[in-house]
Design a protein around this ligand. Structure first.
Ligand SMILES: C[S@@+](CC[C@H](N)C(=O)[O-])C[C@H]1O[C@@H](n2cnc3c(N)ncnc32)[C@H](O)[C@@H]1O
Length: 244
């Protein structure tokens, strides 16, 4: 098997484009074709690098946080993952900035997190396929519509991050498209808005089917210029903290 050799600078250069930017063009557009080729290469490369990109497990701080009952059929987030996310949410309560979730689906995690913070909660999901339908949007509205601190931005991650203006981010949960180019892009742009001490959580990090997510998180964590440190890691969810 051909194992790709790509250094960190090359990776950063290749992955700073919003993957959804290219979808406005026809599938035969040369720029879109080139990006698709690159995205497929990054998936292949991630599968080759999967074992190298394994991030060590790191138990969340044990602070007695209870996970409420929730309909597990409407989310892939497991109770141990939800507990780790809730713990990080609590740990960032005094950090400046909004809370955000990128990829909301039926709003199960949104409802739990938003009721457990005093902060404004930005829920980002375009519901245009890629895992989210009009039916999912309706279920999300039923769950989340009554929560005063939640604002739904019906747009993609890259457009939503530009809506923040000067507002910082204290906690963000990345759970949208599970491939390398999207996970890296989402982690880079949202992670770049984190206040010192803020945290970014990634879902679906440890499965070979989502090797791109694991490698994207590994690459973000390994790039010391970005200032991330590992905060906690339970199977399937990695949480990074922006250094103080
Ligand atoms: C795995 S689900 C999210 C699950 C949710 N976080 C939870 O905890 O139950 C992925 C969602 O990402 C959304 N999505 C797809 N592309 C997106 C993008 N570019 N930006 C934001 N959300 C996106 C889909 O519409 C879908 O609802």
């Amino acid at each position: 098997m051909l194992v790709p050799m790509i250094d960190a600078r090359c990776l950063k250069f290749m992955n700073l484009q919003d993957p959804f930017y290219h979808k406005q063009f026809s599938k035969t557009n040369p720029g879109r074709l080139w990006f698709t080729l690159k995205a497929r290469w990054m998936e292949y490369s991630s599968k080759c690098r999967f074992l190298k990109c394994a991030i060590p497990l790191a138990a969340p701080v044990s602070d007695g946080i209870q996970v409420p009952d929730y309909p597990s059929s409407d989310t892939a987030v497991t109770p141990p993952q939800m507990r780790a996310i809730l713990q990080a949410l609590h740990a960032t309560e005094t950090v400046l900035g909004v809370v955000a979730e990128v990829g909301v689906y039926r709003g199960v995690t949104t409802a739990i997190l938003a009721t457990n913070t005093q902060r404004s909660y930005i829920a980002v999901d375009p519901y245009t396929g890629y895992g989210g339908s009009e039916n999912d949007l309706e279920l999300m509205k039923q769950r989340v519509g009554r929560l005063p601190n939640v604002t739904h931005l019906r747009m993609t991650s890259g457009l939503a991050v530009d809506q923040l203006d000067g507002a910082g981010v204290s906690f963000v949960f990345i759970d949208a498209v599970h491939d390398y180019v999207n996970a890296y892009f989402d982690g880079f742009v949202w992670g770049g808005r984190l206040s010192p001490g803020g945290m970014i959580a990634f879902h679906d990090t440890d499965a070979i089917n989502f090797a791109g997510v694991q490698c994207a998180v590994w690459d973000l964590l390994s790039d010391t210029s970005l200032g991330f440190e590992l905060y906690s890691h339970v199977e399937g969810t990695v949480i990074l903290r922006k250094a103080l």
